[in-house]
Write a protein that binds this ligand. Structure first.
Ligand code: HEM
Length: 475
């Protein structure tokens, strides 16, 4: 069956423009071998497809895997809107030892029932419950930043720890305080799991499970996963015990508490709960820190835009730099909203998301063969110069309603779109608005570097290879 599918993929793929590289290896040697060069080569291929044959679909063969990357919203539409083609690409499997088959990695059937069950926990009325926690952590961050004012420093490690603390508090109701105490087994373990994933993707000798065992990768991964699971298990046991004693504070419900209250109605086991909590920890912390880091970088390098955001913030909050940002205020921060969106356009935290096609799929004039990997790439769509002229320019006005209207709805997809989109997108946008509004009320952000003096690279998440170097000035 595998051979028949290979032949089928070869046959349909030959009808789609683009070269297929060498026999057996395909295009693998044409792709950059570092997280930085890899990104560049995808962009170059997307540009070449547009220039050579006016195409918005990149075709690649990576060994025996056929990969297609649509580079416009219009091309993406049939995939994003399909309620059938929702199975993830195989590259994700490596995360299963930590996340199990929670919402992010679940196959179609399990996903449908889980998504239905979890959607209400992200309803905007529930999100209000997380706003106080977000404000609390933003305040801790601006206080810690005080020690770094007036000289250039890399803010990214602090942002990363603070977003980890926030998601830990909202997902598990646990105060990690990694901002003050970074040396904790859990914090170190999930950082190691992240680094091991990047290593596994980049080094071909770790692509097979035999190689991963032989070179000690698996052992190191499993040891760190055990540490990460230990904390989640401990917190779940504590919350169940305090709930049984009637001690759970109903006004301070974490995501975990909502799942525990579902336990009786649904058939959720402790294991099921753990995989969802771990999934939210994973999906909700690196992504948000990347988005926050890049937004800070954009504002630091565009003082006039930053000043306009600041003026909007003071018009909403007055001169008080210490009051909480509530849902009402967030709704009024419309210019900040455009600035965050423009930063998500230029630097989408998830540059590539993968699906495995179960059936042949018609995409524009092409029939894509079943068994192929399809790549939803916000990075390639958002940098398509035919959709966003001068794509490397940071211009929040691209998100003025009249400009948004002129584009295809899927030309902006930082959170993916359709049934399998990001369940946490409102949560993330709230957190970004709250954090930026706290930081800008206290500090002016400056940059001593040029905006384009940055190395973008993908470690699953889009990062800056040099950190986010800024100077903070007290207002
Ligand atoms: C700026 C921040 C974020 C970005 C850019 C982002 C982006 C994405 C993207 C592109 C996907 C689709 C992945 C795929 O198809 O493989 C996704 C899925 C997901 N995200 Fe986010 N995300 C962010 C924040 C969050 C937060 C804060 C949470 C949790 C609180 C979260 C939870 C999830 C989950 C659970 C999924 C899987 C949904 C499903 O398959 O039904 N994300 N996210």
């Amino acid at each position: 069956a595998k051979w028949a599918n290979f032949r089928h993929r070869k046959r349909l793929s030959a009808l789609i423009p683009g070269d297929e590289g060498l026999p057996i290896f395909g295009n693998i040697f044409e792709l950059g071998r570092t997280p930085e060069a890899g990104l560049r080569s995808f962009l170059e291929r997307a540009k070449a497809a547009r220039d050579d044959w006016n195409g918005t679909l990149v075709k690649l063969w990576i060994m025996h895997d056929s990969v297609f990357m649509p580079t416009s919203g219009e091309m993406l539409q049939p995939l994003l809107e399909s309620s059938e083609e929702i199975n993830k690409g195989e590259d994700y499997n490596i995360l299963k030892s930590w996340l199990g088959t929670g919402l992010l990695l679940a196959g179609a059937d399990k996903w449908r029932s889980r998504r239905k069950m979890l959607t209400p926990t992200f309803h905007f009325s529930q999100l209000d419950g997380y706003v106080a926690t977000m404000n609390r952590h933003a305040k801790v961050l601006v206080d810690v930043l005080e020690d770094h004012a007036d000289h250039e420093f890399d803010v990214f490690p602090l942002i990363k720890r603070c977003t980890l603390d926030t998601i830990c508090a909202t997902a598990m109701g646990k105060d990690l305080d990694s901002l003050h105490q970074p040396e904790q087994p859990y914090v170190e373990a999930i950082a190691k799991i992240g680094a091991l994933n990047v290593k596994q993707q980049m080094l071909p000798h770790l692509w097979s499970s035999f190689g991963r065992r032989l070179f000690g990768w698996q052992k190191e991964n499993d040891a760190n996963v055990t540490v990460a699971h230990a904390l989640t298990n401990e917190v779940i046991a504590e919350r169940i015990a305090s709930r049984a004693k009637g001690e759970a504070d109903v006004n301070k419900k974490a995501f975990l508490d909502r799942l525990i209250s579902e336990m009786d109605k649904t058939n959720l086991s402790i294991e099921d709960i753990r995989e969802e909590v771990d999934t939210f920890m994973f999906a909700g912390h690196d992504t948000t820190s990347s988005a926050l880091g890049w937004t800070i970088w954009c504002l630091a390098n565009h003082p006039e835009i930053q000043q306009r955001v600041y003026e909007e913030i003071t018009s909403v909050f007055g001169e008080d730099e210490d009051i909480d940002c509530t849902s009402d205020e967030m709704a009024q921060l419309v210019y900040l909203d455009r600035c965050i969106k423009e930063s998500l356009r230029l630097f989408p935290p998830v540059p590539f998301a993968l699906r495995r096609l179960d059936e042949d799929l018609q995409m524009g004039p092409y029939l894509l063969p079943r068994g192929s990997t399809l790549c939803i790439s916000p990075y390639l769509v958002h940098r398509n110069e035919r959709i966003y002229p001068n794509p490397l320019v940071y211009d929040p006005d691209r998100f003025l309603p009249e400009n948004v209207e002129r584009r295809h709805p899927y030309d902006f997809v930082p959170f993916s779109a359709g049934p399998r989109n990001c369940i946490g997108q409102k949560f993330a946008m709230n957190q970004l608005k709250i954090f930026i509004s706290w930081i800008l009320r206290r500090y002016r952000i400056e940059s001593e570097r040029a905006f384009d003096e940055r190395r973008e690279l993908t470690e699953v998440i889009l990062k800056s290879g040099d950190g986010i170097n800024i100077v903070l000035r007290d207002r």
